[in-house]
Design a protein around this ligand. Structure first.
Ligand code: C2O
Ligand code: CU
Length: 471
């Protein structure tokens, strides 16, 4: 199945990003930043302090049951799906011992947290993958506060069940709320994930030269449940309820609504924004939004998340007021009239080191590979056969992306937050059909960091680069 022009229009509207003139181009050469590159940065120290929280996670096979008549044996953390929620206080030292009980090697990546490079979990870039039967300890300071998730970063393992939420609680939240729920969205594959070139996408071939195909998902999940078996979020009238939405899917852009309630969007990719009202938002794989809802409309209401580029029935959960008869049919959302756009997001604090002109700019074209095989490229190169993007410590780096394919690419940078418009994020959708997005970041975390599309199939088919610090 290919993505439609309609979803392109929706996404352009979402992001408010222009489709003007596609600039192909190369990175500026590394020498020649005589003034700009000189700001000192202190590398994140490897954490030596005793951990405040120590947990172990075992990657192992297990069975999930997303609905009463459906089950699949797949790969999980601690046999749970989603994996165990890790929850710590901002600034705490978290130590996680990964035990690999799979027959394959694996790693864990802490999506969104700017950890020190050696614990970032990218195989063959920041660590040797953890062999079957081995263990590896990840230790890092959990900051800044936010809604994150952790997942395997090896091959297509994320599209099994190797993922879980990671919540870093703020000491002093900028919004008040009485209770909260973590809402993990996922697409449900009940068989081994494979690339289309390996016969993984069912009957549809590879989607033509330019387009894409979607893995043969059986459905869409909220907190591991199919819509016929929706989880319930209990609320009391008068509560302010915080929902932490995580798009942990491998290939799904979700549009999210809560029936009967206006959302106040309070955090984007975990980082606080000035609260902004919306009745829906769209997010790509790897993005997160926190919203606060005032429970002032008793009843039973669906939280609903539909795939923008898929035709599976929407994922659902039920918001249920304590005062309401639990047998009445939940109400679905009406159509959206006020969808969140990136331009609505205003970060509460600014990112250091990204004001004024950049010291270095990369113009990158995102596209489908030109040959018969299933590849996705950044500037014509498919990772791992791809040049690193070299930067110097302290630089203000700008990446301008132009998407020459018809499908959306949610691009994620490891190890750093970036500024996009007035938001601070770590993952950003680049719309199809010459959509353009510019992001700026401060090179303040030396190491080798992956920059990639968070559509797992695009990543696995080459849509990645290493951002490499050089002295
Ligand atoms: Cu959540 Cu490199 O990814
Ligand atoms: Cu992509």
């Amino acid at each position: 199945m290919t993505s439609s022009g309609l979803s392109r229009r929706k996404l352009l509207q979402l992001s408010g990003i222009s489709t003007l003139g596609a600039l192909a181009g190369c990175a500026s050469p590394l020498p020649g930043t005589d003034d700009g590159g000189g700001r000192a940065v202190t590398p994140r120290p490897t954490v030596t302090a005793d951990p405040d929280t120590s947990v172990s996670l075992t990657a192992t096979s297990g069975t999930i049951r997303p609905a009463s008549d459906t089950s699949t044996t797949t790969w999980l953390y601690d046999g749970q799906y989603p994996g165990p929620e890790l929850r710590v206080q901002e600034g705490d030292v978290l130590s996680v011992e990964l035990a690999n009980d799979l027959q394959e090697e694996t790693t864990i990546h802490w999506h969104g947290i700017p950890v020190a490079n050696p614990v970032d979990g990218v195989p063959n870039v920041t660590q040797e993958p953890v062999a079957s039967g081995d263990t590896f300890t990840y230790k890092f300071r959990a900051e800044p506060a936010g809604t994150y998730f952790y997942h395997s970063h090896v091959g297509l393992q994320l599209d099994r069940g190797l993922l879980g939420p990671l919540i870093v609680e703020e000491r002093d939240p900028h919004v008040e709320y009485d209770r909260e729920y973590v809402v993990v969205l996922d697409d449900y594959l009940s068989r081994e994930p494979r690339l289309p070139s390996d016969g993984g996408m069912g009957g549809g071939g590879m989607g033509g030269m330019m387009g894409d195909v979607r893995p043969p998902y059986e459905g869409l999940l909220i907190n591991g449940k199919l819509p016929e078996n929706p989880p319930t979020f209990d609320v009391t009238e008068g509560d302010r309820v915080r929902f932490r939405f995580v798009n942990a899917s491998s290939a799904t852009v979700f549009g999210v609504r809560i029936a009967g309630h206006e959302m106040s969007v309070t955090h984007a990719d975990g980082q606080p924004v000035e609260p902004v009202g919306a009745d829906s938002f769209v997010f790509g794989a790897g993005e997160r939004y926190d919203v606060v809802v005032e429970a002032t409309n008793p009843g039973r209401w669906f939280v609903q998340a539909n795939a923008l580029d898929g035709n599976e029935p929407p994922a659902r959960a039920v918001v249920e007021y304590e005062s309401t008869d639990g047998s009445i049919t939940p109400q679905p959302p009406s159509s959206s009239s006020n969808r969140l756009q990136y331009g609505d997001l205003r970060a509460r604090s600014s990112l250091d080191g990204v004001s004024g002109d950049p010291d270095r700019t990369f113009d990158l074209t995102l596209s489908r590979g030109r040959n018969q095989s299933y590849t996705w490229t950044i500037d014509g190169q498919a990772y791992p056969d791809a040049d690193p993007l070299q930067i110097r410590p302290g630089e203000h780096v700008r990446i301008r992306m132009t998407n020459q394919s018809p499908v959306v690419h949610p691009m994620h940078l490891h190890g750093h937050f970036f500024q996009v418009g007035n938001a601070i994020k770590d993952t950003v959708i680049v719309p199809g059909h010459r959509g353009q997005v510019t992001l700026d970041f401060h090179a303040d975390n030396p190491g080798r960091w992956l920059f990639h599309c968070h559509n797992l199939y695009h990543l696995d088919a080459g849509m990645a680069r290493v951002v490499e610090y050089v002295e």
